[in-house]
Ligand binder design. Structure first.
Ligand SMILES: Nc1ncnc2c1ncn2[C@@H]1O[C@H](COP(=O)(O)OP(=O)(O)OP(=O)(O)O)[C@@H](O)[C@H]1O
Ligand SMILES: [Mg+2]
Length: 378
């Protein structure tokens, strides 16, 4: 039987080997150890689609659990506050001594009919206490165990700003009361920028912000080779170099190239250069529908025209050239440049130049240019 393909080219799924994030994970762990008031106790990870934000949250959750912390992992979609206060928080009380919970709960919510009280009833009583009270209750109990509560929130965006405010008020109170609480959030840079100006969300504004980006080639090679070897196969040096180069350090491509190359000859022991070439080509064919298409979904027609104009260049594009291709002045072009940088489609390159953020977007646009854009608008 062929050995199992170790790679995980699926969004939100932890890879067989997570590379290039140790420093960030350590930093977060230090903030947990440093105690209330440490800046990193509110951390935001931003990055383009497929850069590894969700996996980063998974990693800090894992690290927190190893320290004995309780973890609530949520996504910023409607109903978020209700889910935290009704579905996540109450069951966490079960980790504690029932008498201690009842005693403290009574202190917060008024007398409980003690004696023969089931956990279900205790949880229900707790859920009625609301978000802030429950966080107080839980962190009081946790203090005795010298651990805390980590709340993570993925896919942060302005669409749920009301609920983010509710959560923020509760978290800010807990921070002020020096409770053992930490928060880690993730989202696209543009989505995060949208909410940072909100006056209620001060803790998010003060949060440590980290951009999650590409990883170095040494790390890419490790992320490819170690799982291959651990799963009973081998890879030649030239094949590994070909695979690594094909990823451009982009985390999603590490998994996609790995998975596609693996399956070229899944029963052979060695992964050859020919396998790697085919694997990379197959991976790139899938990248359009998995990454480029969704990434472009939010772009306006002008945004796209700008991107198509960039795709005429083989490397970074000179802003002056883009403006002249678009037939607009430099000021107008720079407004769109800023929008596209915020949307993480474009990155500033050397002075006066821009480049694509996502690997192979240039090639994708070239292939789709005739279908999607009236050429006279360029
Ligand atoms: N540091 C890493 N090393 C190896 N593989 C990684 C790394 N980070 C992420 N991956 C892989 O990349 C893919 C994308 O990761 P993830 O889903 O976390 O991205 P994301 O930034 O949350 O994307 P989205 O914006 O779509 O939510 C997954 O297949 C994951 O296993
Ligand atoms: Mg994600």
């Amino acid at each position: 039987m062929a050995p199992r393909n170790p790679f995980k080219p699926t969004f939100g799924v932890t890879p067989p080997l997570l590379v290039g994030r140790d420093a960030l994970i350590d930093e977060f762990v230090e903030a947990l150890e440093d105690g209330p008031g440490a800046a990193g106790r509110a951390t935001l990870y931003t990055g383009a689609r497929g850069s590894g934000k969700t996996v980063m949250l998974n990693a800090v959750e894992g690290a927190a659990k190893q320290l004995g912390w309780l973890v609530i992992s949520e996504t910023a979609s409607r109903g978020l506050v209700d889910r935290i206060s009704r579905q996540h928080l109450p069951p966490l009380l079960r980790t504690f001594d029932p008498d201690a919970v009842k005693k403290r709960l009574t202190g917060i919510t008024g007398p409980l009919q003690v004696g023969g009280l089931t956990w279900t009833a205790v949880e229900q009583h707790a859920a009625e206490a609301g978000l802030r009270n429950q966080i107080s209750l839980l962190t009081d109990l946790l203090r005795e165990h010298e651990t805390g509560l980590l709340i993570t929130l993925d896919e942060i965006h302005a669409g749920v700003i009301e609920e983010l405010r509710e959560l923020a008020v509760a978290i800010q109170h807990a921070f002020r009361e020096e409770r053992q609480l930490a928060f880690a959030g993730a989202g696209l840079k543009l989505a995060i920028a949208d909410i940072l100006n909100d006056e209620v969300l001060t803790f998010l504004r003060r949060a440590e912000r980290h951009e999650i980006g590409t990883v170095g080639l040494d790390d890419v090679r490790r992320a490819l080779k170690e799982p291959i070897v651990a799963h009973g196969r081998a890879v030649t040096d030239d094949a590994l170099a070909e695979m690594a180069a094909g990823t451009h350090g982009y985390p999603f491509l590490i998994q996609l190239v790995g998975a596609q190359t693996w399956r070229v000859r899944a029963t052979a022991r060695d992964i050859s250069l020919a396998d790697a070439r085919l694997g990379v080509a197959n991976a790139l064919r899938r990248l359009g529908s998995l990454v480029h298409e969704p990434a472009l979904a939010g772009a306006s027609d002008v945004d796209k025209t700008f991107l198509f104009a960039m795709s005429q260049d083989d490397g970074p594009s000179r802003m002056a050239d883009i403006a002249s291709r678009l037939g607009v002045d430099a000021g107008y072009a720079s407004v769109y440049r800023a929008r596209l940088i915020a949307a993480e489609l474009v990155s500033p390159a050397k002075r006066g130049y821009v480049d694509f953020t996502l690997p192979y977007l240039r090639e994708y646009l070239r292939e789709h240019a005739t279908a999607d854009v009236p050429t006279e608008s360029l």
